[in-house]
Ligand binder design. Sequence first.
Ligand code: 2HA
Ligand code: ZN
Length: 307
Amino acid sequence: MQQPDGSLVPSPDVPSLRGAVRPAAPFPRDAPFVRAFARVCSDGFAQGWHEANGGNLSYRLTSDDVAECGDSLAGEPPEGDPAWHALPPEARVPGLAGQFLLISRAGCHMRSVADDLPGSCALVQVARDGGAWRLACGLSHGGRPSSELPTHLLAHAVRLRASAGADRVVYHAHCPSVIALSTLLPADERAWTRVLWRCMTECVIVFPEGVGVVPWKVPGSLDIARASAGLLATHRAVVWTQHGMFATGQDFDAAFGLMHTIEKAASLYLTARAANGGAEPPFLVSDEQLRAVCASLGVEPNPACVD
Ligand code: 2HA
Ligand code: ZN
């Protein structure tokens, strides 16, 4: 169901995400991380991944980013202050205590983010106990953070742990070939990973851990957030069947590049399969070739996905 601003109504199990929140401080629109954030939104739209308000993006600030923002991020209210929005117990993120995240606004169109950064983004801080968030700045016309905030929060917490603090970007896009492929393949990690690896040699090098696959679930729900976070502990990308994909990375290039590689491989496979009358293409990269390229580059492929 959509609201007048085009955003999805949050699931009833995410009550803390309801209601508009008001900004407090000037938005750091010229900070390099904000410019890079805007570029991903524009580039993703140019790729055809963001129809209407589809997709969302978040970035976990470094301490240098925070220092550069100065007063914009100051004034942390005391615990219990109404500025803090409590998170449902399943979406608590103690691992992100005190961290700042830049995230797109619910209902915003990625195409237009660069034209109105303060109105299209929220800069939020996670509370010291990981059980609440507050708006530091942004959302200059009101609104709230992305309807997929629970997935973004849990994904950041999981990827921070898995990457020893390196991963900072969580990107969600409605990539057409991945969505189309999800109407043909079972929601199975091995099936997906093998199709992607075997139609383009570079794939096993770019994502040797394979891709996680979340079976269909309600968008914006805690259910889809938990399922995604579980898979993101061991994968940097997860497919949401009949919906799109989440890709994560150390920086915007890494997350965008991973999304792009997977979407391109899915597109190649669909094209080849259609050209072959709908049947499996006969000349895919073999298991022996997968192992050879991994050995030559010192990459360890997910053993469950190579024979
Ligand atoms: O931002 O993509 O999954 C809108 C969505 C919800
Ligand atoms: Zn979506």
